[in-house]
Write a protein that binds this ligand. Structure first.
Ligand SMILES: [Zn+2]
Length: 180
């Protein structure tokens, strides 16, 4: 990316550079989403990050400083919390007004403090509520209680003034999205 010298928004009407997406963790089909609490029925498994925290921080700082919009995949609440804190750190070091950075998927609701930081720093989310339909059985296998009942929560972030898109994910029927 550094060698190419490109950033979000470069290009023309036919081809324009979008966001940079990094897969911070996996998903529940793995199961590889990185969570703050143990997976249901597992004595020592929290899922995992795909990069070391040091590496992730470097990518975020570099891409942000170079002018990229960040749209990172974060599914587990631990992945969401860590990524968000690194986004905020990058914004404090290199302030940018209309950054439009966002977290993609946002499946397991993070702690209240994370929501507060997101609203304060205007970090957006892009969710796919249809996941609740397509991988419902995976959620039941790996999550429990509150985490299961509130997977892909839409109202919780909306009530905290977080804005974003609720993109469709296959199956793409919008009525199914509303139903889930
Ligand atoms: Zn993704």
């Amino acid at each position: 990316m550094q060698a190419a010298g490109l950033k979000t928004g470069d290009g023309d009407n036919r081809l324009r550079i979008g966001v940079v997406k990094v897969l911070v963790d996996g998903g529940f089909t793995g199961p590889a989403a990185y969570t703050l609490e143990l997976y249901r029925g597992c004595p020592d498994y929290f899922g995992k990050l795909n990069h070391s925290e040091e590496e992730l921080r470097r990518i975020i700082l570099d891409a942000h400083e170079m002018g990229w919009q960040l749209g990172f995949h974060a599914i587990g609440d631990a992945a969401i919390k860590i990524t968000l804190e690194m986004f905020v750190d990058a914004l404090e070091r290199f302030p940018r007004k209309d950054h439009r950075h966002y977290l993609k998927h946002f499946t397991v609701s993070p702690p209240e403090e994370t929501y507060r930081l997101m609203a304060e720093n205007n970090i957006l989310i892009a969710q796919q509520p249809n996941f609740t339909w397509t991988i419902d059985s995976r959620y039941s296998e790996t999550l429990d209680d509150e985490r299961l009942e509130h997977n892909n929560a839409l109202r919780t972030p909306m009530a905290r003034y977080l804005h974003g898109t609720r993109k469709r994910h296959p199956p793409t029927d919008p009525f199914l999205g509303i139903y889930t």
